[in-house]
Design a protein around this ligand. Sequence first.
Ligand SMILES: Nc1ncnc2c1ncn2[C@@H]1O[C@H](COP(=O)(O)OP(=O)(O)OP(=O)(O)O)[C@@H](O)[C@H]1O
Length: 456
Amino acid sequence: MSETINSPRERILLVDDDATVLRNFRLCLEDEGYQVNTAPNTSSALAAVARSVFDVCILDLHIGEEFGLDLLPQLRAAAPWMRIIMATAESDAAIAVSAMRAGAADYLIKPCEPEKLLHAVAQQVQARRLERRIEELESSRAETVPEQLDSANPVMGRLLEMARQAAETDATVLILGESGTGKNVLARNIHLWSMRRKAGFATVNCPSLSAELLESELFGHVKGAFTGAHDHRQGRVQVAEGGTLFLDEIGEFPLSLQPKFLRFLQDREYERVGDPRTRTADVRLIAATNRDLAAAVAEGTFRNDLYYRLNVIALTVPALRERPEDIPAIADRLLASLVARYRRPARRFAESARNAMLAYSWPGNVRELANAIERAVILCAGEEIAYEHLPFAAAGVTASLASATPRAGDPVTIEQLERAHIEAVLGATPTLDVAARQLGIDASTLYRKRKAYGLG
Ligand SMILES: Nc1ncnc2c1ncn2[C@@H]1O[C@H](COP(=O)(O)OP(=O)(O)OP(=O)(O)O)[C@@H](O)[C@H]1O
């Protein structure tokens, strides 16, 4: 599949044996921006529905020798979400009633003026959009408005720039980074920055399901496909049609299902569980993981070819300790939203709290910061959140460190500032080498400075 700029356009299927009607309807609908496919008989209509996802179908009552009302239940079974408008040359109330009973959404009398056709289609498209929106809301996480993403940190700033550029294309994006750094948030923002923003964003949480259930969750299943499959079910791929499919924790994707997923990634083709018909999807893929996928490939738990297919644009979200300059702004935003949620009096952070938040290494990243602030908002009875309200005691950041840590602009010497910075970085990183890389100096220089400042 080509990686092109794509807008979410509703797909319409026209089923009619009259070539002139097909042509006229098609031109009229395409002019309006719809994506239109035509089928001159029932078998090609069923084949089209099996291949692609349509939002609306205009079904002629008489298709040559065939009767549209006979095809209606088959179309409904193959594509229960598709809104069907029956079209006929005669105004016959009895047929209209039968069509509606059989599941048609509307009824159109031919010949009809373009305005009438467009009006009827627009009504059904609107209904489909609403349904999709509900499906999307149900499938997405509780907080549907993604957090604002900007950064004062140059590495994170470049990453956001790349993410915005990638959002304009259909390229697959792989988001890497420690747990809690905001990979989900970034994925949802990429969707919102893209042309696909009006269509669905569906998340699949890979580790929460067995290989069988994950396959059905992704691609859907038909009734009776396996024990417990009491009904047809559309997969997340279909919920995301025209939009974005987000695979969270792709590193945990079951090895046995990886070949099927690789094929989907390459061709956007798939089958529902229990249904041999091949379908195509129009979705953009974003995947995220906190695992080292290259290591998983080396261990044999992740397919090499899948890794290369996913790794088109890789964005590594830095840990919070690597972008401390973002802590104040994120903390302020979190404070404002949590205060509103809990209707609590806290309005600002005391200096001691700000210093402690800057000095701490946040191994759980933004998630841990959010939890700490949530706790503080609940505990704080006044307007100012102080060091005491933050859950640091157990984490090893002392009040004296917090209150004594100098910041840029404070009336302190460069040495005092350097010492505090080195101490904080040493506390936040696992090894001297990592600390040296973060500080932008070589390990031997850091070793000397550590000794000189008496930092152990
Ligand atoms: N820039 C931000 N501003 C405010 N809150 C944020 C920001 N980034 C992340 N968060 C919050 O931090 C928490 C963790 O974010 P998210 O779930 O996106 O992280 P993740 O990297 O996907 O985590 P995991 O790897 O565990 O799935 C969420 O509650 C999210 O709302």
